[in-house]
Design a protein around this ligand. Sequence first.
Ligand code: DAH
Length: 341
Amino acid sequence: MQQIKEKLLQALEAAKTSKSAEALEKIRIDFLGRKGSITTLAKNADFSKMSVEEKKGFGQRLNELKNFANEQLKAAAEALESVAVRHKTNDLDLTAPGKGRRLGALHPITLAQMELEDIFQGMGFSVLYGPEVESEHYCFESVNIPHDHPARDMQDTFWLKNQLILRTHTSANQVRTLERFGAPIRAIFPGRCFRYESIDPSHENTFYQCEGLVVDKDISVANLIAVMKTILSQVFRRDVRVRLRPGYFPFVEPGFELDLNCLFCGGKGCPTCGDGWIELIPCGLVHPQVLRFGGVDPREYSGFAFGVGLTRLAMMKYGIRDIRYLNCGDLRVNEQFSVLM
Ligand code: DAH
């Protein structure tokens, strides 16, 4: 009987790997079926040669063996069943469709910035990034806005306790860069700027600009116009017309407002532009004082600078009407732009 028990256990162990109900049924028949080894054991027992005590003992052990075999088979069947259920209901169902992975999307300002960087790099500009926490010197003094200059009032500022400020414009990079690399230089400085503004659909306290600086020999307004037209044609993917109006900025002389002929109405006048022109890029020829601050001799070199409102550009390019969408952190805004990557 012990032998039969061991054989049964071996057979069950082997059946585990086959994981099929048929294999278990075969074991049941082999041991408990009409011709199974346990049944045969009972049939073949010669009770005539056994004492009453022996008969009792044999019968008892035979019953125990039968019970043992039944229990083992039941346990094996249950184990098999639970695996089958798991296969059906859980992640082991190999026929189930995979879980879709959500692709992230780039922020519209990032997209606009990447595109500008590409275009400018194609024209030989370096792309540089300055600090967002800036000194008063680089943000104001070095770009010709001394302490008592009224131009400071145009930019309400976040002052930090340690005399540093959150930069109000990317022009803060002009003198930093001239000091570091000298002339000639061709570079853009995209980045985040901060002003103490009250917020409305077209004003934010946190926004992006892309400053540009070219310093070389014999740079004139003609170079400025040519570069601006080329850049804007690539950004808007069509030929554009621009015009310059005088504009005042302490760090350029002469200073201009560069207007773009309205792309919606072609210059006839519409609700978006009003008179046919969209004020787009403030710019000018670098003030000699700024060159001097940067250690560059204005008698030898001249240059132009411009400040693209990157946030504004992204809004125009993607038709975003309220600036507040851009910083609200709502993924539904970003997700709309993934297709544009
Ligand atoms: N820094 C100016 C602003 O934030 C924009 C600007 C004007 C930049 C004229 C320039 C420039 O480089 O030449 O209002």
